[in-house]
Structure formats: structure tokens, C-alpha cells
Write a protein that binds this ligand. Structure first.
Ligand code: ATP
Ligand code: MG
Length: 393
């Protein structure tokens, strides 16, 4: 069966009242931009309560579906046959052809579900359900009707055109990116932060990202890995602006001057400060990290409190209550896992204490930071000045 169109289903959430048009327009725009990854020419159009993608020339079905499955806001993708409005006698034949072409093996139970949006159509939906069922049973005696739990639901939608479909492929759900502001993701090369970015973006949030690079302690491959991860997340979130910050001197200063067991916490606090500065400068409303309670010493609830103390922006940590295995499963699903586990060192693993504090006290940490007082402002300024910006998608 060759389909020329897809019917896009989206959840009603966020689509009430005046918002509905904003939501639909942003979703259409995001679909157009996702389809730029696919060869072919597509027309994305809306009709009340529905979005349609028409394929205007030859296209690759699998690639197109895959691209659509990365667009947040979509809950279902239905390959659909579009036929011009016509009387029931002609439509009957189209219906038989549709079922014949769609299913080689007719050994299944079905139900017909008609929606009559075009109230001019001379038959009512209930009548059509009954008639269509009878015609199909007649044409294909192997078929059986099951009105409660049909294996196949055959949809007929009567609009200006008539739409026939019976397959619904899952979309990623969520809200269209661009309906909910922008967040600054602290993106390391690990497993957790790309998942965190995905989860927040799923709620309609645009992403920017910041990576703290520490050459020569970290390699060019470690940086490339973060760039690759940003691109993988961008398949869902749309283009990501990645800010790469040269963090080496700050890290070395902490390492040389402060108590060894506090270095990770101190590093994390300076990262959060810079991230918040970038968030403010780039019109983001929140920071996003991949932290999860208790995963490592710097993520005990005490450490998180101390890290959080430098931020006035909200910090979203969508992995906070997830076990590692749950995060890994999501990373596999969104295809960041393979890249995340490449063995390149990250800056937190290069400078790591043997016995890091697990219950840091804010006063102690602030006292340690005071040891850097004479140079830290200059170092922060330098780090920010060396910012490298890449737009990735
Ligand atoms: P991840 O798997 O995301 O790297 P992790 O388990 O390795 O997380 P940490 O290294 O403690 O945990 O980092 C906690 C969070 O801090 C990360 O999820 C990320 O949001 C941020 N982070 C850590 N290192 C960096 C870095 N070099 N650049 C940007 N963000 C970082
Ligand atoms: Mg990490």
C-alpha cells in the first residue's frame, strides 16, 4: 500500500481556547523543519483538530515516519488514503480496495468508525458504520466484526475530502518545542544530561546547552562526543546552540588551592554560576542538569543543596528520582546511549577526589571558595571570554 498523506494526531492538552492556534502553528512549523531531514517535498496543513502531511513527490516511508516520531506534540501518525468527496456507491469500492491493499491476510476482527465532519454528506456516520461493515464482510468472508476489541479499526473521516486509515503509529507525545520558553542544559558527555535535555524539551522547551571543556586534561574526542550528543538531542528538541566554555584554569585553581575532598562540589558551583550567566544572557528561563539523588557524592541531597545555593534560576533535574537503569533505558530509546558510553574522560573524572565529601556544609564550601578570592573573578571572566558557540541540529 502506498500512502500519499499522513494524518497527525496530537493531544488536546495545551490546545484549549485561543492557545489552540498557537500550539497548532508551532507544531506545523516543527513538523516542516523535522521533514527537512528527509528527501522529498511535503505539504503540512491543518484542518480543525487535525494536521495533515501530504507527500508531494516520491518519498521514503520509513524515514518520513521516523522524522515525525521525533516531533514532540505528536501522539499518533496515521498513514492515510485521501480521496475526493464522492457518493457512497463509489466510496464503497474505494473502501474495499483500501482493505484489500492494506492487508494481505484478511484473517482479523475489525470495526468501522466513521466521523462525519462534513454535515452535508447525505449519510449519517452510524449508517455508514453499518453499511461499510456489511460491504467488507461481503467482499472478504474471512473478516469478522468485533465492536468491543477489534484488531483493526477502520476509520472513515468525511471532510471536504474523504480519509481512510487504520494504522496508528506512536508519536513521542509531549508539547511542541517552542510553546514553553527556553532552558540552558548543562551537557556533559555522560548518560544522564542528554536524557535530562530530552525530558525537559518534551514539555515544549527550546534548548541551549553548555559544555565545560578542560583541555589538555580532556581530549578533543571528549568535546566531539558532546557535540554529537547535542546533535542527537536536537533531533527531538530542534536546533541546539551549544556554548563551549574553557574551564581548565578554574579547575586547576580549585585543585591547587582548595581541600581535595571538595573539588567536585566547588567545580559544580562554578559551572552553575557560568551556566546561569549564559542562561540570562541568552534569554533562558531555567537551568537543566542530569543529576539524580544519591548517584554520586556530588549528588547527595546535601551536595545538591550546596550546589543549588549559587543559583537564583530554577534548576530542572528531570532525572532526579530515576534509577540509573531507568535513565539508561531512556538513553537507549532516544539513541544517545551508544555515544554517551564512548570511553572519553570528562572533566569531573579527571579531577576526582578519593574520598569526596558527601555531606558538605555550605559554610565550609564558601570558606574554600574564599581561598580563590584573589583570582576567581578574572578566571571566570576569561572562561566566559573564550566561549565557543556552535549551532547544532
Ligand atoms: P552525566 O551522565 O550527565 O555526565 P554524571 O552522572 O556524570 O552525569 P556528574 O558528572 O556529577 O554526573 O554531573 C552532574 C551534572 O552536571 C551532569 O548531568 C551535567 O548536567 C552537569 N555536568 C557535569 N559535568 C559537566 C560538563 N563538563 N559540562 C557541562 N555540564 C556538566
Ligand atoms: Mg558526567
Amino acid at each position: 500500500m502506498e500512502y500519499k498523506s499522513f494524518l497527525i494526531k496530537y493531544a488536546e492538552i495545551g490546545t484549549k481556547g485561543k492557545n489552540r492556534y498557537v500550539f497548532e502553528d508551532i507544531l506545523c512549523k516543527n513538523i516542516r523543519s523535522a521533514l527537512k531531514r528527509v528527501d522529498g517535498k511535503f505539504l503540512v496543513r491543518k484542518e480543525y483538530g487535525r494536521i495533515f502531511v501530504d507527500c508531494m513527490e516520491d518519498y521514503d516511508y520509513d524515514e518520513t515516519v521516523e522524522a515525525l516520531q521525533h516531533v514532540f506534540g505528536i501522539v499518533g501518525i496515521c498513514p492515510v488514503v485521501v480521496i475526493p468527496n464522492q457518493p457512497w456507491e463509489t466510496l464503497e469500492k474505494e473502501l474495499i480496495t483500501f482493505v484489500d491493499d492494506s492487508y494481505l491476510d484478511k484473517n482479523f476482527t475489525f470495526k468501522v468508525n466513521c466521523r462525519r465532519i462534513n454535515k452535508e454528506y447525505p449519510m449519517h456516520s452510524m449508517e455508514i458504520n453499518v453499511e461499510a461493515g456489511a460491504i467488507l464482510l461481503d467482499a472478504f468472508p474471512e473478516l469478522k466484526v468485533d465492536v468491543h476489541q477489534p484488531e483493526v479499526m477502520i476509520h472513515i473521516e468525511l471532510r471536504d475530502n474523504i480519509y481512510l486509515y487504520s494504522v496508528r503509529l506512536p508519536g513521542p507525545g509531549g508539547l511542541p518545542v517552542g510553546t514553553n520558553g527556553k532552558g540552558m542544559l548543562l551537557l556533559s558527555g555522560g548518560i544522564d544530561s542528554p536524557v535530562a535535555g530530552y525530558l525537559v524539551s518534551k514539555r515544549g522547551v527550546h534548548l541551549e546547552a553548555v559544555y565545560f571543556d578542560a583541555p589538555p586534561h580532556t581530549s578533543p574526542q571528549a568535546k566531539q562526543k558532546v557535540i554529537d550528543l547535542a546533535k542527537l538531542v536536537a533531533r527531538y528538541s530542534g536546533a541546539v546552540t551549544l556554548h563551549i566554555i574553557h574551564f581548565t584554569e578554574i579547575q586547576e585553581a580549585i585543585y591547587q588551592t582548595c581541600p581535595e575532598d571538595e573539588i567536585t562540589i566547588l567545580m559544580r558551583r562554578y559551572m552553575m554560576r557560568i551556566a546561569q550567566y549564559l542562561a540570562e544572557k541568552n534569554d533562558c528561563q531555567a537551568l537543566i542538569t542530569g543529576e539524580s539523588i544519591g548517584q554520586v557524592a556530588s549528588q547527595t541531597i546535601y551536595s545538591l543543596q550546596v550546589t543549588n545555593a549559587v543559583c537564583s534560576y530554577p534548576v530542572f533535574r528531570p532525572c532526579i528520582g530515576m534509577d540509573k537503569q531507568e535513565i539508561v533505558s531512556l538513553a537507549e530509546k532516544i539513541k544517545t546511549y551508544e555515544t554517551s558510553i564512548l570511553p572519553y574522560e570528562d572533566c569531573c573524572t579527571t579531577f576526582v577526589a578519593k574520598h569526596p565529601v558527601t555531606k558538605p556544609k555550605l559554610a565550609d564550601i564558601e570558606a574554600s571558595e574564599a581561598l580563590l578570592a584573589d583570582k576567581i573573578d578574572a578566571l571566570l571572566r576569561q572562561a566566559i571570554e573564550t566561549e565557543e558557540v556552535r549551532k547544532l541540529w
